[in-house]
Design a protein around this ligand. Structure first.
Ligand SMILES: O=P(O)(O)OC[C@@]1(O)O[C@H](CO)[C@@H](O)[C@@H]1O
Length: 450
């Protein structure tokens, strides 16, 4: 068990420092998103006027209250709206400002109704284009070559697929046109994956993972060390686990479904991130000691490409229509939803402008009941550790001490917030890249708090 202590967070990040990443999101990314959404739909004059007003408000105006009768007015009041009304978008917590932007954008295009545009996701064309892209098909075909590999090797590949799938973030690519072409840096800035595979709920799913000394590895900046790439090694533990799974299947026993254990997967982006997330979930259900996965998605379109229930449906359709191993997994996941083994949850707090430390009791109880919560992506990481300028060496276990159960973050680095680095890693990153490693989307981490 990791020792942890409660600590006080540094002040939260605001967006009012010209030249900073948060400032650029408010000053450049948000107006660009408004333009893209406007161009993607044949909206009527009312939506155009509302989009104009939002663009103007973001550039020069102040935060305004929600319209009268907004269904979630009370929630937003609980989340601090009254305190921020009348303030510049740049002078309030950045996380709050961003979340409220998406809420207002949806208002502008009539998403919350009443009216014919109710429920029309303004980001859907971008999400679908990505789902239909040739790269997505290539990634699905690659799954075939994994099908007959040892269980531990598959587990590691799927974990890394889910991790690096986090680069499929359309908001990020929108404001950073070169992001997609930029190569990922091998080697994670923090890598607790071996400890992850020793958790009881996952142990058989990752059979063969090398626990190494202390069960943890840490990679130096760009070194490639510590990623535990043992792809060609079929270990005794792999063989034993595979034999056990085969034997269970022969007896008609549902593999991995015996423990009454659930996992929560807090999803991030739709499409090319959600598909590997679902494949990881399928693997854990099939080979782990968990018999239920709860997939947490956003209750409405958010941060451009964040996954909603409709995106889960699209991803499952994509899988089932793909052929080969992808289709097989798609059908299993489809059946798992019918059986209640895989459930989708769209809790209002999933799109709240607050850190998870302030989650409501019902959500806390859900995470507390899970054997493990997997938290995907950059924004969820900011919400998990708190959107503050932490000293990068602040222990991850300390900043997540409040979280009610074991939690693992899988994230590519796209904003300034970072914790849990060792000093040598931070120094190597800074020496190689200045501060670019924090926001460029080329580095990634796997951080576990047991
Ligand atoms: O959560 P994700 O999809 O990994 O990333 C979200 C993101 O692109 O948007 C935020 C800035 O708007 C940053 O936290 C991050 O760069």
């Amino acid at each position: 068990m990791t020792r942890m202590r409660r600590i006080t967070a540094p002040p939260v990040i605001l967006g009012n420092e010209p030249g900073s990443f948060p400032h650029s999101v408010l000053a450049e990314r948000h107006p660009a998103i408004i333009r893209q959404v406007r161009d993607a739909f044949p909206y009527g004059p009312e939506a155009h006027r509302a989009l104009d007003a939002l663009a103007e408000s973001c550039a020069e105006g102040v935060i305004e209250p929600l319209p009268d009768g907004a269904h979630d007015r009370h929630s937003w009041q609980d989340w601090g709206l009254d305190a921020w009304v009348g303030r510049s978008w740049f002078d309030v917590p950045w996380l709050w400002s961003e979340s409220y932007f998406y809420r207002r954008l949806l208002d502008a295009v009539g998403y919350f109704g009443p009216g014919p545009w109710a429920g029309i996701d303004p980001f859907r064309p971008f999400k679908l284009a990505e789902l239909d892209a040739a790269e997505t098909d290539r990634e699905l075909t690659a799954l075939d070559s994994l099908a007959d590999r040892p269980v531990g090797e598959r587990a590691r590949a799927l974990l890394h697929g889910s991790l690096w799938g986090n680069r499929a973030d359309l908001g990020f690519r929108l404001s950073d046109g070169e992001a997609e072409g930029r190569a990922a840096v091998p080697g994670l800035v923090a890598d607790d994956s071996e400890a992850l595979w020793t958790l009881p709920a996952l142990a058989t799913a990752g059979a063969g993972a090398d626990t190494g000394a202390g069960g943890r590895t840490r990679a130096g900046a760009g070194s490639g060390a510590g990623t535990s790439d043992r792809a060609d090694e079929y270990t005794k533990a792999d063989a034993k686990a595979d034999a056990g799974q085969d034997e269970k299947r022969d007896r008609g026993v549902s593999v991995g479904a015996s423990s009454g254990t659930s996992l929560c997967l807090v999803a991030d982006n739709a499409g090319r991130e959600l598909i590997p997330d679902l494949l990881l979930a399928a693997h854990l259900l099939d080979h782990g000691q968990c018999d239920r996965v709860v997939l947490h998605v956003k209750p409405y379109p958010y941060y451009v490409s964040d996954a909603t229930t409709a995106d889960v449906v699209d991803a499952l359709r994509k899988l089932t229509g793909a052929g080969g191993a992808a289709a097989e997994q798609g059908r299993r996941l489809w059946a798992a939803m019918a059986d209640g083994v895989l459930t989708v949850r769209a809790h209002p707090f999933s799109a709240a402008p607050l850190p998870y430390a302030r989650m409501p009791d019902d959500l806390r109880a859900e995470f507390a009941a899970a054997a493990l919560t997997i938290v995907k992506g950059d924004l969820n990481y900011r919400r998990l550790v708190g959107d503050s300028r932490w000293d990068p060496t602040t222990p991850f276990a300390d900043v997540t001490a409040y979280f009610p159960g074991p939690v693992v973050a899988l994230r590519t680095l796209k904003s300034d917030v970072i914790t849990g680095l060792d000093a040598a890693t931070e120094a190597a990153l800074a020496a190689a890249e200045g501060q670019r490693w924090r926001t460029g989307g080329t580095h990634a981490l796997i951080q576990l708090r047991e």
